[in-house]
Ligand binder design. Sequence first.
Ligand SMILES: [Zn+2]
Ligand SMILES: [Zn+2]
Length: 890
Amino acid sequence: MERNARSGTMELNKEALREEFSKHYKDYYSTELFEREGFKRRRCRICGRYFWSIEDRDTCDNPSHTKYTFFKEKPINIKYVDFWKKFEEFFRKNGHEVIKRYPVVSRWRQDLYFTIASIQDFQRLENGVMNFEYTANPLIVPQICLRFSDIENVGVTGRHFTSFMMAGQHAFNWPKEGYWRDKTIELNFEFLTKVLGVKKEKLLYHEDVWAMGDFSEFGPCLESFSQGNELVNSVFTQFQSFNGKVSELPGKVVDVGWGFERLLWFYTGHENAYEAVFHDELERLRKELGIKYDRKLLHSFSELAGSLNADEVKDLAKLEHEIFEKTGITKEVYRNELRPLQALYSILDHTRTLLFAITDGALPSNIGGGYNLRVILRRSFSFIDEYKFDIDITELAKHLANELKPLYPELSENIDIFGKVIEIERKRYDNSKEHARKIVSDLLAKKKEINAETIKNLYESHGVTPEFLKSIAEEKGLSIEIPENIYSSIIESDFARKEKGKKIKIELPELPKTEQLYYSFATESKSTILFVKDTYLVLDKTPFYPEGGGQEADHGTINGIEVIDVQKLGDIIVHIMKERVEGKDKFEVGELAEAKVDVERRNRLIAHHTATHLISATCREVLGKHAWQEGSNKGFTKAHIDIAHYDKLSEAEVKEIERKANEKIFNGIKVSVEEMERGEAEGRFGFTIYQGHGIPAKKMRIVIITSKDGKLIDAEACGGLHAVNREHLLGIIKVINTSRVHDGIVRLEYVAGPAALDYFEMEHSQFEKLSPLLNLANEKIYDGVLALKDKQKELFDNYKKTVDIAAKKIAEQMEEKSEYVIELDAPVELMRALASELTEKRRCVALIKGKSYFVCISSSDKSAIDFAKEKLGNFSGGGSKKVAEGRLGG
Ligand SMILES: [Zn+2]
Ligand SMILES: [Zn+2]
């Protein structure tokens, strides 16, 4: 952080904030409970951090300076979902409402692909300001979170996962008081000592600071540790900063993210969290696959494995070596006995992550969040191949879904789609492996150095996983070192880069918000000019719809001059005129302007926009819940929608989508727009309202399509114009093209309303012209053309035969030579046939020269191209030793 980002008395970097809060620890860290139970504040002699404990000790409980000491000789056996019941019961008893988890695909946040923390469920970013939306207070939520930054730690450290449950405990202190630090730590202490079974003498609270990446929100936090395990972090989000100015948040938030996997791990006393979380599956798999392991070995390795954090440790190999020394484990034993276990842990973790992600509508692909899903899936395939595990990912997912059913029943409902996705991805992976084997062999043959950069490139451009790369090298008797943190460089960050550049660059003065007349379907206005610059024009109110949500801008005229584009900059709508209007008559600031929207264009955009919502809903109906809208365009002649789908669309699927979308129109639809609170909208319709172009604002504009009898067809947050009260405007929807935009995304192009009529007219007129030409009725044209094609082929075959016979006859009459130059102005086919006839039986070179074309064929040592050059001089064309052909003259 910048050292000079100072404001008030607080400097905005973690170190400085830690110092600040520490200095005033009574205000930020001490609690009634510490006093009552005899927790004393102490300082760690190793890392210098402050912590609270009953036990008199001089080191904190950071896993890097201590062993894990909570493993049990006989671990407790309890199922994941049963342990959740204990958790739930405790907080319910203590006045918390239990709510359902939110999707792991974070559609309501524009800046994140996935849900990475439970508090995110309630955060809504609006114009850079964070608001909170919650349905209960205080509450707990079994939120599954996805994080891809620690992939190489998964399976190794004993505690890292790409998906985990953050059991969120949240109290919002606005508009009325929820609760704050004292109560939070009371609950924390009671849960840990009574439910989890932590001895209070073994419980430590570390003082720390939590902050958003940009310090827009931050506050002190207390981390609960016991026997080397960080059990939970209780964050007290108390401050905000805006433009460097720090102030107390009006609504302070208690944000306790209980790492459920770690709690379960601690409770059961297993050697690592995977053994606790996936206990039954591991037992089954080890039995089926015949994997034997030495628990003592796992035990001694696991006690120290906590420090093997690729994120924090610079020289992992060195640390690994130290652990081998301390435990007496040889490299050999590690590779043969512990690595396969770690691979198994990773496969289980990755499969569970994919199960949640695909259930919630994400797909493996080569872009964005889907990219990360493909990385972990390929990593799993790679492990399966490397260790020759007989594991079927879909079968495994079924087991996991079944086990989690009491808590997450939705996982079992979507397993069919999951299976299809995995099957297709496996085929793609196998293809890429074939391809990769060649590339890698080439590289190895050329003795090119394979460094981190090459490994990364090989994954990015050819999908070669580092594990697979290593295995090919080993087949060839070579060993290559895979850097420990290679996945961190391959993986995309959790944060999305969805922001698109603005279309126009113009500095606007301070202006009032433009009044939007288009929502009441106005197409004309008399408005006052507020700003003119070059071709840009701003009015106080406008009927012109600015480009947005995939809907193109209205066109028309203002004071007779054409409007060619309209853009929204914040609250201001800017008209882009066909010519420069600055300094022009009737375009002075303060003057009245007559705005007229091109109604025909407007009607077409409306029809295409409503059609898009219908197609989007129908795609989800026909293809499945994963078919999210990823982008769209609603233009004058046609519209398109990009849909997430794991395969290309079959003809039958396209037909079904088209037919079902039209049936809805034929049966009668009602399109309405309702303004409602964000929470209400999400509650009533779910997160499907965020189809690519809706942004969560406090007040949401929801476009609702129902059938005549009131059944909901589609509801989306959308700022576009729709066929409200204009049920006949839509007419018919015709899908005119489909394609794959890229992996995991298919595009449907279609026309609706007036544009559909244009399209049909265009097609019909083609038939109208063809019909008299072929002397066939419209519906017979296809068969007629087929017959013509057959006829044409027959004619061509006959012609070829004739040419061959002629060439043979001519060749027969020529005397034998080793070089021919023949002038023959004939069809190219005959020239070619003659040249090859001549060179067929004798070693010679034959050049046939017409008026403007030549063919040269050689069966002797003389090169055809050289011979042509020698005899013809200048020509354009080319050839080789055997054949040369081209035009004569320069
Ligand atoms: Zn320490
Ligand atoms: Zn829309």
